[in-house]
Design a protein around this ligand. Sequence first.
Ligand SMILES: NC(=O)c1ccc[n+]([C@@H]2O[C@H](COP(=O)([O-])OP(=O)(O)OC[C@H]3O[C@@H](n4cnc5c(N)ncnc54)[C@H](OP(=O)(O)O)[C@@H]3O)[C@@H](O)[C@H]2O)c1
Length: 240
Amino acid sequence: MTSSALVTGATSGIGRAVAHALGAAGHHVLVHGRDAARGADTVAAIRCAGGSAEFVAADLADPASCRALAATAADVDVLVNDAGTFPADGLTPDVTDHDLAAVFAVNVAAPHRLVAALAPRMAARGGGAIVNVLSMAAAHGMPGIGLYGASKAALAQLTRAWAVEFEPAGVRVNAVSPGPTRTEGMERFGPALDAMAAKAPAGRPATPAEIAAAVAFLAAPGSSFVQGAVLDVDGGRCAV
Ligand SMILES: NC(=O)c1ccc[n+]([C@@H]2O[C@H](COP(=O)([O-])OP(=O)(O)OC[C@H]3O[C@@H](n4cnc5c(N)ncnc54)[C@H](OP(=O)(O)O)[C@@H]3O)[C@@H](O)[C@H]2O)c1
């Protein structure tokens, strides 16, 4: 039977590259996002490369929509929690109540709801793999991304907790922590992305495909003894 994978935030950037990588690895990919046109583009590109995919829309900030997504994706073998958001003005005095709610709804509550619904079903079918997409902002203090970093730190801790909770039943849970990566979502930062990337030994932003390769590794059977890990994919920033 064909393995299937749900990739949240697969209409753009890193998530789209992950969807491509998992499609190339033979999974039927549920391409999640809100933008149906970009979802259709991602599905078409995967099919064009010989893979199998379909688009599933859901607003992860809305609990009912998130639960509907979990019902649609009930029998996936792989879950990649990639979708993420951060406030336009992230300096602490500028963060609104709406920002506080939205960042934690999409970056923490949505992965929690999806894992709560899907991990037990993976376990009942004999196993599965979950990969969470974090950020180096979870481990480095940086002005303007404190709230965002805190949400990713929460997801890092959930990664460890879920590993202990679900791995005895065969569901591996790991995370990738990307450094600055050139995506549509980062376009608004312009040269600031390069300036941030320059602080790492690699000295440049990642491509989405470089992050996706690490996610695909953690989703594949070849990483069977990697459990509860956070893999830094940040051009060496973790070593500085
Ligand atoms: N790029 C970087 O430098 C970088 C670095 C470290 C970590 N990350 C993390 O990597 C992940 C992907 O980042 P990216 O740069 O590839 O982002 P991006 O290009 O902005 O794409 C974000 C994706 O998340 C989806 N999304 C956002 N809010 C959503 C919501 N409320 N409901 C449903 N889907 C929603 C978007 O879907 P629609 O547009 O279809 O709504 C889109 O597919 C995020 O978790 C981010 O925090 C990125």
